[in-house]
Design a protein around this ligand. Structure first.
Ligand SMILES: *Cc1c(COP(=O)(O)O)cnc(C)c1O
Length: 359
């Protein structure tokens, strides 16, 4: 077996221990006589799996009791519609900070239903920084305030939260459980699992209870948080296997000492990479240092041919999926929880060698 170092932005690397555990349990789960994939979602065995997944999310993220933890389908992108439909019946208005494509898409989707006030944007410099916020631009009557916490494509992240008295909504698709987040500061958090939490197909939503139950009349049943909150995320058949693997990933996070421990490792990994980028004559990071993501590090050589040469050579050496997003070019190393320190050290050693050979 030869597993590569996979720097994909998502779907991305999963811990090898998780894959092996899934392999062990693939054909028969426990003494159930069947695979998790073949189980009724109404069975006792499956109920135990989904209950354990929820309990682990609550424990690891220290989720307060007045929040619901939901596992839904439709990816992060479906949340772009569910959020305005469910949270903005009152004033039909929300504030959005535009820090990249995912925030932009969320705002465009919300605009189908409500008035969107774009309070700030970093589009002027290709989203290479988190904009400073001017409170006078905030709407007094916004139903919520929306941010994308970690910008997967451009490699920025918030290090302090907007000063708003409205429910704060955050897309944490690419940073969930990579650093400690105080859930109580948010009205709603959501993450498509395929970046940092598991396989594609399941989306984690953590929502404050008082925000549930006042959806617009046009809201489809499947897009109403109340439907899923009232039914333990099993109104219809949930993505059973994806939730099972999510549970395995959560167990893995716990076995590593929890999110605070992973954060230390993630900070160390990011430092190795950014320190090298800051000292390199060939490669340079594209994000202002104070807003750099711990999870997604974009970088360039400034020469597209050299970028392509590097990406090809890296792939040959077992470092794959380093090509930047199609809208930015260059390179991007996504170094989620499952990427070991060793993977980043080896990548940096390879980049040094490449630099010497191509100076
Ligand atoms: C990947 C990603 C999304 C989209 O997720 P899907 O599950 O593909 O819909 C949304 N927001 C962020 C920050 C992402 O990284």
């Amino acid at each position: 077996m030869s597993r590569v170092y996979n720097f994909s932005a998502g779907p991305s690397m999963l811990p090898e221990e998780v894959l092996k555990k899934a392999q062990e349990e693939m054909v028969e789960y426990g003494t159930s006589g069947m695979s998790v994939m073949e189980m009724s979602h109404r069975s006792k065995d499956y109920q135990a799996i989904i209950d354990e997944a929820e309990a682990l999310v609550r424990e690891l993220m220290n989720v307060p009791d007045n929040y619901k933890v939901l596992v839904l389908q439709g990816g992060g992108s479906t949340q772009f519609a569910m959020i305005p439909l469910n949270l903005a019946k009152k004033n039909k208005k929300a504030d959005y900070v535009i820090t990249g494509q995912w925030a932009k898409k969320a705002a465009e989707q919300a605009e189908k239903y409500i008035t969107v006030n774009r309070v700030a944007s970093s589009a002027d410099k290709t989203f290479s920084y988190i904009p400073k916020l001017d409170k006078s631009a905030f709407s007094d009557d916004a139903d919520y305030f929306y941010i994308c916490y970690n910008n997967t494509i451009y490699g920025t992240r918030y290090t302090s939260l907007p000063d708003t008295d409205k429910p704060l909504i955050a897309d944490i698709s690419s940073c969930a459980m990579s650093e400690v987040i105080d859930v109580s500061k948010f009205g709603l958090l959501f993450a498509g699992a395929q970046k940092n939490l598991g396989p594609a197909g399941v989306t984690l939503v953590i929502v404050r209870e008082d925000l549930i139950g006042d959806a617009m009349d046009i809201t489809p049943i499947m897009l109403n948080y109340k439907t899923h909150a009232d039914n333990g995320s099993m109104y219809n058949t949930p993505p059973t296997y994806a939730i099972y693997v999510l549970k395995l990933v959560l167990e893995w996070i716990k076995s590593k000492g929890g999110i605070a421990e992973l954060q230390k490792i993630n900070e160390a990994k990011a430092k190795i990479l950014y320190d090298f980028l800051d000292s390199s004559k060939l490669f340079k990071g594209t994000v202002v240092p104070e807003d750099r993501s711990l999870m997604n590090a974009p970088f360039v050589t400034g020469d597209e041919e050299m970028d392509a040469k590097f990406i090809a050579a890296a792939k040959e050496a077992g470092f794959v999926n380093l090509k930047g997003h199609r809208t930015v070019g260059g390179m991007r190393a996504s170094i989620y929880n499952a990427m070991p320190v060793e993977g980043v050290e080896k990548l940096v050693a390879f980049m040094k060698k490449f630099e010497e050979e191509n100076a």
